[in-house]
Design a protein around this ligand. Structure first.
Ligand SMILES: Cc1cc2nc3c(=O)[nH]c(=O)nc-3n(C[C@H](O)[C@H](O)[C@H](O)COP(=O)(O)OP(=O)(O)OC[C@H]3O[C@@H](n4cnc5c(N)ncnc54)[C@H](O)[C@@H]3O)c2cc1C
Length: 286
């Protein structure tokens, strides 16, 4: 497999990056870690004449942790998140997720921004970030805007990025001690075959299933059941929501996987809560 020819550009700041994207239009691609981009180019699925390397733009490498949110630059690698002490303290479930992505080689090069922009359905972060109500910040010819991750990922390999627009940051609310958070996945070969994230706090619950369809899917019926602390009913609601999706063959099996993962994610969430002093544990556990 050989890479097709291309010109590599190395902008030093965001404005220059946007100018290059505007100048070359469809013939340009943002190049971050390249773990997806170079592969699809080698396979002949994309042949951009211009790669715009965004890794050394300082703004995209920022990682700020405050009491109530994380602001993660699009160019921050999985490995950096996984090893960041403040992220570990603020949101250990994210660190745990990052540690399980691929292998060290991919995590050293691959970025959170690249993961979300590629919108591969078997993404770990997309599921958890949807459940946490995270937002992406985008910059483009029309200025800056913010979108919920849930609205950013439109389908398999499809996002709400407009032409010439880039993802600059991912903003993640840090759940308070009164919020339970759990994430589980199952992997058979490479990348997760199914993922489930659960969040339950004073404002309600979120149950999100990933990798079993083109994009992460919320399950409102399961969320209602979790608010009532009824994990068995939540598992049933999740399994039937997955079975109802248009993902044959194997709908029963997928439904089973989603149910099992929800139960495990909920157990992990409640175990995490019990290990944090002052955190609110549910009255009834699954
Ligand atoms: C062997 C292997 C195993 C993997 N296993 C897992 C796994 O278990 N779980 C998981 O979640 N993921 C997994 N992945 C996916 C991995 O997380 C992604 O490959 C990585 O995060 C992509 O980041 P990147 O910086 O390399 O993106 P790139 O390859 O550089 O870019 C990907 C795409 O996004 C675009 N892009 C990148 N950054 C931006 C931006 N800021 N703005 C606009 N567009 C942008 C690029 O133009 C390109 O189209 C695996 C990948 C491999 C190769």
């Amino acid at each position: 497999m050989r890479l097709p020819p291309f010109t590599l550009h190395r902008p030093r700041e965001l404005g220059e990056l946007l100018e290059l994207l505007a100048r070359y239009g469809d013939d340009a691609a943002v190049y971050m870690g390249g773990t997806e981009l170079l592969l699809i180019m080698k396979l002949g699925f994309a042949e951009p004449g211009h790669l715009v390397d965004a890794k050394s733009i300082p703004e995209l490498g920022e990682l700020h942790v405050s009491a109530d949110r994380l602001a993660i630059g699009a160019g921050v690698t999985h490995r950096r998140i996984e090893r960041h002490h403040d992220v570990q303290r603020a949101l250990p479930v994210l660190v745990d997720l990052e540690r399980r992505i691929a292998n060290v080689r991919v995590r050293n090069a691959g970025t959170l921004g690249g993961n979300l922009c590629f919108a591969e359905p078997h993404s770990d972060p997309a599921t958890l970030l949807t459940a946490l109500d995270a937002e992406v910040e985008l910059a483009g010819p029309a200025g800056r805007r913010r979108l919920a991750v849930a609205d950013f990922i439109l389908g398999a390999l499809s996002t709400a990025l407009d032409p010439g627009e880039v993802l600059t940051h991912v903003h993640v609310p840090v759940p308070g001690p009164d919020t339970l958070v759990g994430y589980e996945r199952i992997v058979f070969t490479e990348r997760p075959a199914a993922t489930v994230a659960v969040v339950r706090g004073p404002a309600g619950a979120r149950v999100v299933v990933g990798a079993l369809g083109p994009r992460p899917m919320r399950v409102p019926h399961a969320e209602m059941r979790l608010v009532e602390d009824d994990i068995d009913a939540a598992v049933e609601a999740t399994s039937s929501a997955v079975a109802d999706t248009d993902t044959e063959p194997g709908a029963d099996y997928r439904a089973h996987l989603a149910g099992v993962l929800l139960r495990r994610a909920w157990s992990a969430a409640t175990a995490n809560a019990l290990s944090v002093p002052g955190a609110a544990a549910p009255t009834k556990q699954g």
